[in-house]
Design a protein around this ligand. Structure first.
Ligand SMILES: Nc1nc2c(ncn2[C@@H]2O[C@H](COP(=O)(O)OP(=O)(O)OP(=O)(O)O)[C@@H](O)[C@H]2O)c(=O)[nH]1
Length: 402
């Protein structure tokens, strides 16, 4: 069986069934998935193509004029719906491009309707529709090309291919008519009409895939963003932008493994602000937050890049000094303590910190090192604050600093 012998009603039956199924798939997807704005217009687009084809099929049995009006209106107005869906989906500005699309569709339909009411012959009407469709698809094509980005290249490429195929068929359809028309032209036996219907089915499949791919791409990228935001929220302390406690703890094993491989010493510094409760109580929680944030910024800028700085909770901060022998760690800690004195509360009081310092072995638990540093921090507070206290276990390695 060749296309030339395929009769138009069979082709129309095939095409209308395909497009109805595609409209059904899109509708199901629309109703059951979070497709985002714009997708509804694509469901309508496919539904209108199906309605138009069913009306064309039914024109043999129903009164000619009403079915021709319904089918042509559906097939003309389904085009701007792809564009409207795309503009909304990609959050492009709707105006003035959309006005042009709807005006174009209305103009094509009005000219065609005028021709029908004035008793124009089939050839003339087909000419009007074909030229109108060519203009519509040409306009749509220019939008698809303008919207091409690396993220939309494949789905929009499919849309462009589909529209280009449809334009070629329309062009073939209109070309002989433009050369003076074909007196023997029979709409229902037109081989080109069969090609057009077939092309419309293939383009519809391409369009449906493109729309689903666009939604899939968007869902995927939103998932990636949400995942990244969640990770950031879990890993980064919102107030100071330092590592959160959980991130600090989970990052340690990697640093420890690195230190063990390269035989590098590490030290853990734990500190908190002296009399922070007083700052909060007297100047307000917001002023307290500002001090925490300033201290976080100062500490992050003070240590080396390979060190790990975190806010473990409240006004408690920790620094893992990587590749740092205890004597150097004491010097760094004391310089940091001095630097902190340059920070002032709103009423001019200089900030001070107390800190506990200990070594961190490559194979020990964070909890064990933390509890040693905490004991030393407690001792620093007890000894009068604004000082660094070395834990007793490290005393044999280096003298305590204050
Ligand atoms: N502004 C602010 N305050 C916090 C936050 N988290 C905890 N705090 C407060 O920080 C204060 C911590 O006080 P402590 O460390 O117990 O005591 P302190 O007044 O600093 O006294 P010393 O540590 O002994 O010098 C408490 O008043 C908490 O309510 C926060 O995110 N923002």
């Amino acid at each position: 069986m060749t296309l030339a012998t395929l009769d138009t009603p069979t082709m129309l039956l095939f095409a209308s069934t395909c497009h109805t199924m595609m409209a059904g798939v899109l509708l199901l997807f629309w109703l059951t998935r979070n497709t985002g704005p714009g997708f509804g217009w694509w469901v309508w687009n496919e539904a209108l193509v199906a309605i138009g084809l069913i009306a064309l099929l039914a024109r043999q049995w129903l009164p000619l004029a009403p079915t021709a009006i319904v089918s042509n209106a559906a097939l003309i107005f389904c085009v701007p719906m792809i564009e409207l869906g795309l503009r909304i989906f990609l959050r492009r500005r709707l105006q003035p491009g959309m006005t042009v699309s709807w005006l174009l569709a209305t103009a094509v339909f009005a000219v065609w309707l005028g021709a029908l009411l004035n008793g124009a012959d089939t050839v003339t009407r087909v000419q009007i529709i074909s030229i109108g469709n060519l203009l519509q698809y040409g306009w749509g094509l220019s939008l698809f090309v303008r919207c091409l980005t690396p993220a939309t290249r494949v789905p929009l490429g499919l849309l462009i291919l589909g529209v280009a195929i449809q334009m070629v068929v329309y062009l073939l359809r209109v070309a002989p008519l433009l050369q003076g028309g074909n007196p023997g032209y029979q709409l229902m036996n037109d081989v080109l009409l069969a090609w057009l219907i077939l092309a419309s089915v293939f383009c519809g499949i391409g369009r449906t895939c493109a729309k689903l791919m666009l939604v899939h791409g968007r869902i995927e990228s939103e998932l990636r963003h949400t995942q990244a935001a969640l990770e950031k929220r879990a890993n980064v302390d919102a107030l100071t932008q330092l590592a959160s406690r959980s991130h600090f703890e989970s990052a340690l094993p990697l640093l420890q493994a690195n230190a063990q491989r390269r035989q590098l010493p590490m030290a853990l510094l734990l500190f908190d602000i002296d009399h922070f409760k007083q700052i909060n109580d007297e100047l307000g929680h917001q002023a307290g937050d500002a001090m925490l944030s300033a201290l976080g910024g100062l500490t992050a800028g003070f240590v080396r890049q390979g060190d790990l700085v975190g806010r473990l909770g409240g006004d408690e901060f920790a620094v893992l000094l990587f590749d740092c022998p205890l004597t150097a760690a004491q010097l760094i800690a004391d310089r940091l303590r001095e630097q902190v004195r340059t920070l002032h509360t709103d009423d001019g009081r200089p900030l001070s910190i107390s800190a506990g310092l200990t070594t961190l072995a490559a194979d020990e638990d964070f909890a064990a090192a933390y509890s040693r540093a905490d004991v030393a921090l407690y001792a620093a507070k007890a000894a009068g604050r604004n000082r660094i206290q070395l834990h007793a276990s490290a005393m044999t390695a280096a003298p305590a600093g204050a």
